[in-house]
Design a protein. Sequence first.
Length: 322
Amino acid sequence: MDVPQISIISPIYNTPVEYLQHLYQSLLNQGEINWEWIPVDDGSKDPTGINWLLDQASRDARIRPEVLATNQGANAARNRGLSLCKADWAKFIDSDDWLGPNMLTTEYEAALKDNTNLIISNCKVILFENNIENLVREHKTFDFNNPLSSAILDGFGHPGAILYEVKRARAIGGWDESLSADQDGDFFARYISGGVCGVYNPHSYSCYREHLGERISTKVKPRSILSRIAAMCWIEQHYQGPDNKILLDKAKCLKWKKIGLLAFECNSEMFAKCTTKIGEYRHQSLFLLFRAMQICNILSIGQLRKIVYFLRVASRRSNPSS
């Protein structure tokens, strides 16, 4: 097989075969570009998916399955794939997502521009209900002048919408295997820290499958809150990107708000840390709201809305220019 131009890395854990088939079919619709797919099975208890992949690999040399003996987490699977890929460019895509037609071709054409080390394409978030696809939202723009602020405030879609340079991804140490939440945000922040030469690709898209009910990214557990806090603390201590400071501070404050609202449900100490962080950014109305939540401990949605409205009015009166 010729040296691949792009490596596709997917963590696999008890993934239904139909999801893998959907992703594989999308890879077959990528035109003439030479790709390799490295699905890394993370110690699945159900071997159906990996068995299907091994069977497909016997007929298609571009598929290179890897099996971890024990469950180590999605980031460990991604790092294994990163260590094995042969291309200069890599895409990390979850095994239940898929790529739009010719996405890899258009991304690779953009990657050939001088000094480019990051490509971001469109991303469609699809909710499947009763086997019907419903477009929930779509990410179509990205501000490379303020990459982290844009990622926090507007989103960059999902990892499948991004093409990373392999040597740079390896240089930052890959994915942080200690994190159980916000792994993609942490990896993205570390990758772009110090500056990035990015290209936006409007010509194709990735599709992110959104599931009904609880999923890893929405589970409210102390460990996931700690992971989110750790990722944000790294950003505050080490991030050296080109972002405008005022815009970045706003983004950081709103990120602490999101973490705090999750922490409010499960851990008062972590919620207090988020409240303190918001106070450091001098966001008066948001800080007072969090302090009120701390004092009252539990508030109904109706009470919260009244407090938010009151604080917004108070904030405007005390600072008309805000």
